[in-house]
Design a protein around this ligand. Structure first.
Ligand code: NAD
Length: 419
């Protein structure tokens, strides 16, 4: 378990374990989602924005002591030379989601976060991600063991420099191509062997970030579809170290709607014959997903949901196309063909126009708070209570959003009893 430092007194004078500086280490710190999350957290902490979208700020969570957003200290890795303020300004100009005046008011905060930015690795990330990288990241030629040591040192320095009571590590980096499972992914010794023997094709960058985090006893969240981040070896290490972890792929848009809507057909015994989903999006995420190998990771996490909810095979299709002018304003059009009494065929269509980062940023903050809470409570391994936040929740077969949400509420009720 990590050291608890910097705790502060509550109004009643008792030490509150939720207070004190909590580190949030973001892999992909300069990205659209990370920038929106950091800006949002700072604006809310400074009273410049409402806490809309944050599930942990609703009354259901009031008995749970979660970290104040003002206590979060951000840092992270990226493979591009980035400045948070420049990235936020670009988002403001592209989509207008980050408002200008509050952005200027938190400029010093963002500059302070830049001080905590460290150069990441693109090892075995595939051509689409490597193409994004700056010269320094492309030039980095080290063994896997040295890269892992470097990441570990960055995390330790961050914790020590800021006197953090704990650090939650979140993967918000670009989607990697899928990594095919291998025997050495199954055990702690096997993964260590891959690193020691420098077998670069069997490990991806996300595998190293997660390994470093878990080894240091830091909770880890994989918000991306990259399956290499949480291999069976990582889960075993998390159990051994007593660290909570969870993934994969945040559920924020079309798949969120699917997992809320598909149960309705099930509840009324309406047979879904086909469900076609067409997604178009711009920005860097869309650009990386335009590569077929990276797209396959995303389609895999999006496509599995319906069969699992409905319990029978149906015709499904998920398309993701890159439309640069849309920027982060993703559009999804879904067509659902179903039949009911007397086999009469009917259809439902919906169009979802969401801003990806605006939907995702608050739930990343929610999960940081809940991962910190779980760690403080001595929980370890997969945080299945977070299933409702993921497209492919590890260790959970239930994909119906309503069940998943009740699972989280049951967790809260149990904690109410425990407190
Ligand atoms: P983005 O392209 O804007 O940001 C990704 C950032 O990661 C970039 O700054 C990039 O330079 C950096 N990066 C890439 N590879 C890296 C590496 N190996 N090490 C360190 N940094 C690296 O993308 P985004 O829109 O911010 O999305 C981030 C991730 O979250 C993507 O994988 C996306 O699929 C996933 N995701 C997003 C949403 C959502 O926004 N609604 C939902 C689910 C999943």
């Amino acid at each position: 378990m990590s050291a608890r430092r910097g705790g502060s007194k509550t109004e009643k004078g008792a030490e509150s374990p939720a207070r004190g500086r909590l580190g949030v280490w973001v892999v992909g710190l300069g990205g659209g989602l990370a920038t929106t999350m950091v800006c949002g957290a700072r604006m809310i902490a400074r009273g410049l924005a409402s806490n809309n979208g944050l599930v942990t700020s609703t009354p259901a969570f009031s008995h749970l002591e979660v970290a104040d957003l003002g206590d979060l200290v951000f840092g992270g890795h990226d493979i591009r030379p980035v400045s948070l303020h420049a990235s936020a300004l670009e988002i403001h100009r592209d989509t207008g989601t980050i408002p200008f005046e509050p952005l200027e008011a938190i400029r010093a905060d963002l500059d302070a976060v830049d001080e905590n930015l460290r150069l990441g690795t693109v090892v075995n990330c595939g051509a689409a991600v490597t193409a994004l990288a700056g010269k320094a990241a492309k030039r980095r030629r080290e063994s896997l063991a040295d890269t892992l040591d470097g990441i570990t040192r960055d995390l330790e320095e961050f914790r020590d420099l800021h006197g953090l009571r704990d650090v939650v590590v979140v993967n918000l980096a670009s989607t990697e191509p899928r990594l095919e499972p291998q025997k050495d992914h199954q055990s702690i010794a096997g993964f260590r062997r891959l690193v020691a023997e420098d077998r670069r094709t069997a490990v991806r960058a996300s595998s190293l970030y997660a390994w470093a985090a878990i080894s240091l006893g830091f909770p880890f969240l994989n918000f991306t579809p990259s399956n290499a981040a949480l291999l069976p070896a990582h889960l075993k290490l998390a159990a051994k170290k007593g660290v909570p972890v969870m993934g994969n792929d945040g559920k924020t848009g079309e798949t969120l709607v699917k997992s809320a809507l598909a149960p309705m057909f099930k509840y009324r015994h309406l047979e879904v014959m086909s469900w076609q989903g067409y997604n178009i999006l711009g920005d860097r995420d869309g650009q990386v997903l335009a590569d077929e190998r990276n797209k396959a990771s995303k389609v895999e996490t999006k496509d599995g949901v319906l069969n699992r909810i409905l319990g029978y095979p149906l015709h499904t299709h998920v398309a993701i196309d890159y439309v640069p002018s849309l920027s982060d304003l993703k559009t999804a059009w879904d067509f659902i063909h179903f039949r009911g009494f007397l086999d009469y065929k009917m259809s439902l269509q919906f169009t979802w126009q969401g801003c990806d980062a605006i939907l995702a940023a608050p739930i990343v903050l929610d999960m940081v708070r809940l991962a910190d809470y779980a760690h403080r409570s001595g929980e370890e391994g997969l945080m299945t209570q977070l299933a409702c936040f993921f497209k492919r929740p590890l260790g959970v077969d239930e994909h119906d959003l309503h069940f998943q949400f009740h699972h989280l509420m049951d967790y809260l009720a149990a904690r109410r009893g425990a407190n």
